[in-house]
Write a protein that binds this ligand. Sequence first.
Ligand SMILES: Cc1cc2nc3c(=O)[nH]c(=O)nc-3n(C[C@H](O)[C@H](O)[C@H](O)COP(=O)(O)O)c2cc1C
Length: 248
Amino acid sequence: MDNNIGQEFIEKTKYKYLDESDQEKELPQPPLEMEYDKDKILIDLPSIEDIKVKDISLREAIKSRRSLRKYADKALTIEELSYLLWCTQGVMKITSRPATLRNVPSAGARHSFETYLLINKVEGIRPGLYRYLAIEHKLIEVNMEANIAERVTESCGNQIFIKNSAVTFIWSTVIYRMKWRYGERGYRYIHLDAGHVCQNLYLASQSIDSGVCAIAAFDDDEINKLLNLDGEEQFVVYLATVGKKNIL
Ligand SMILES: Cc1cc2nc3c(=O)[nH]c(=O)nc-3n(C[C@H](O)[C@H](O)[C@H](O)COP(=O)(O)O)c2cc1C
């Protein structure tokens, strides 16, 4: 790795170097959500109003949060998965701009993420790789190969708790959604956005007796290939496993 590339990136993406953005040039805004195959069957997720979770305080959730890498051999319910998706990327409103307002902040409400899920153990959902359609609050199948869990695990340096998790969240960015407004500086903002998303997952999991482990050690090319992402316009930024706690 070039020893100075990080420092050069920070220098050249300073706020003072912001050029006229594509937004200011009045180029069309990219879609709020990536296209999906309309012929495919979508999986409905339970509506958030109908989901009850343990009523723990924010203080308790913050205090009890720890990265967890050993999980009980127990499935999440589809309600619990729906709740976690809502907490991390749930769309509250589409404004007139249009922009999505979600349960996490995002620089300029650009919300560049598309969430993929490696589902291993969720009641009523066949194991496989899925994409979350945030606006629809539904899932769509992406890759149902039997060994997909092994392949995702291998692409993350064989961190075995991925294979043992109930579900692993994989956050990718459609970078132009951010660049349209912020140009090259947008590459900084997606990583800030990702932190908010993952922290919500950590905290929300406390109310469903589950634990989370963030993952940034992954082979970018390998995981992008698995998800069928080109690695430039769309690429994986961050992952996090979720699994039930071993209650003693
Ligand atoms: C950006 C980031 C990347 C991380 N990547 C990994 C990872 O690849 N593998 C892993 O086991 N833990 C990873 N972690 C978890 C950290 O090791 C963990 O947060 C740290 O040891 C502190 O423990 P705590 O979360 O229980 O407080 C990551 C955490 C963050 C915030």
